[in-house]
Design a protein. Sequence first.
Length: 387
Amino acid sequence: MPHRDPDPRTLLHDHYGPEAAYAVAREAELPTARWEAEVRRGLELGLPGADSIVDRRIPTFSRGELPHFAGINTFLKAPFLEDVRRCGEYDVAVLGAPFDGGTTYRPGTRFGPQGIRRISALYGPYSFELGVDLRESITIADLGDVFTIPANIEKTFDQISKAVAHVFASGAFPVVLGGDHSIGYPTVRGVAQHLSGNLGIIHFDRHVDTQETDLDERMHTTPWFHATDIPNVPPKNLVQIGIGGWQAPRPGVKVGRERGTTIMTVTDCVEMGIEQAAERALEVAWDGAEAVWLSFDVDCLDAAFVPGTGWPEPGGFLPREVLKFIQLVAERPLAGIEVVECSPPYDNAEITSLIATRVICDTLGCLVRAGHLPRKGTTDAGAGATR
Ligand SMILES: [Mn+2]
């Protein structure tokens, strides 16, 4: 759906700031057809509500967005797609990679997909500032989780690569719910095998994750060493944003220096301004690349905002900084996104899962706003089954 900038001056009084003016004016342009279809579907499949219910759009059985605390917990209440062979019928395919066998300190990210799905029920499909309604714009399916092998990193990597390759080749936009960051290697491997050109990586993290092995295995501190060994994933297209603190292992820093990756610290980004930092990150990742993968480790945020993660580190980004950064990155197309290192057993009040959800929703919203989703040539088939 091409987005037209409404002229708020013709619609609104002049007490609004520019962002609020855009948002309030834009909402009037968003369609409601798929919301109405969802209501009709709910009444048909969930039976009309009891006689005492005044709002006749309410069914007896909850079958859509409302109430937010009800229903089966898929991501954003997207339909669960049991037959993964059909994922190409959707614009976006969400898949969990519940694996924490690569963690070197706090475990628990095997519950990351569950935690993210659970709190995603809090969200509707509409973003005020972005002026986007995902339900009206794209179709999303939740494929459930990859069958990971808890005690075997390499078999798990093979499973994840096969799953991500399947989704990416289907044409659906992959959204991977981690899982610890060791999954960054197999996800990238799954995408890269379906590209003829190079794949760039935009990597948000406090940690470089570029050493060859850790504790004698390919742990969550190693994905980018192995990913940038893939012939069409050159290290010059790896940009690492938010790195810093007392947890960056020196062997990884050495590898990055020798291979020519690009590291941007929190201070570098904040002092040059998020807009300029995003521009530089995009330049590096897209330099000669055919596609770019977004790998988001929730620990790039200050430890205060992400208690539920494997290696929390103070001094990271504020949520509004990182969300602005993500929004600018998603002005350009992406091959897919993974959000990793969310560990619900260590979380408080679901705040870490909440930021993980928010990063995904903002990414999808900005891809829609920029016209990169829905995919070109996607028909309206499947509309109404969006959620
Ligand atoms: Mn990290």
